[in-house]
Ligand binder design. Sequence first.
Ligand SMILES: *Cc1c(COP(=O)(O)O)cnc(C)c1O
Length: 384
Amino acid sequence: MSSDSIEFNRPYMTGNELQYIAEANEGHRLAGDGPFTKRCHEWLEIHMGVQKALLTHSCTAALEMCALLLDIVPGDEIIMPSYTFVSTANAFVLRGGVPVFVDIREDTLNLDESLVEAAVTSRTRAIVPVHYAGVSCEMDALMGIARRHELAVVEDAAQGVESTYKGRKLGSIGTFGTLSFHETKNVISGEGGALLVNDAAYTTRAEIIREKGTDRSRFFRGEVDKYTWQEAGSSFLPGELIAAFLWAQLERSSAITRTRLDAWANYHALLAPLEVKGMLRRPHIPTYCEHNAHMYYVLLSPEIDRQVVLDVLKANGVNSVFHYVPLHSSPGGRRYGRTHGSLEVTDRKSEQLIRLPLWVGLTLAQQERIVAVLTKACSVTGSM
Ligand SMILES: *Cc1c(COP(=O)(O)O)cnc(C)c1O
């Protein structure tokens, strides 16, 4: 890599992280659920408009908590897209659940809600919409299907912090929502995540499952005079150092989102001519969705060789990457899950997609350079 090469992602620090970590250190409170965790919980509950927010080690951990909360047993089916991160499926597979993969929409690359109802069987327990690139799934339709068939909805909002659907924050609409604060996401703590509980019937059990299966949270609130083992759980809570880091990020989350949206809009304007020429398609955002600029991707036109484009970008110092290998075609997906209907859109789109560098601090000049290289790369391979 040359010295002026542009990395795909660069984690952004607000500048307050180390000060808050020092405070946690000086307060001699390092285990979970201390003052910084409480601040993060309150912020999430108020800002996201949810009943209960609980920090976890990761979005993966929050999804695993959902599988426990829903008492998933072997053979239970969970409807989800194949075009997603492995944890969406793996969390349920750990409990013996069977992921049922349904195709995605052409426009947003989100679960195609029009195909979901036909995939419901007597074993179906939940639907897991994944808000790809921080752009919402069609939640009204999905919630309607869930209601008709008495299914839970677990929003995988790992990429969706600060995004909304018809004015509601992603993760606040389903039975549960899960967030990720992994360093590749918008708001970060290295590794980190949160479970959002939107159905009050699950809040007590969520606390118990997160605290090794004990009612320790109630004990700390003075609601019981000792804490004991209640049910099967694990340790899902992060320590205070992580929460202190996260607090510095949550405080600035709207500014982070605004900055990312500016960079996203730059790409969208710079790439319009390439879309007109038929070289690629830009992301589509439904009018009733506010997104968080988690990602800028393009879908290359079918006659363009994606690997050649990625190689040309790389040779010119631009680190661009493709995204998911669809789960249904991975060894794990074939072993643990099944498909419902054709996954033609998933297969086709996943092979056309590339993600461009997008991080706080990326300059307009760098974006212009990226688009210039991409234009050249598409012209080269398009004419072959
Ligand atoms: C990042 C991501 C996850 C996993 O998040 P972690 O916090 O790394 O566990 C799950 N689902 C989706 C859609 C993601 O993008």
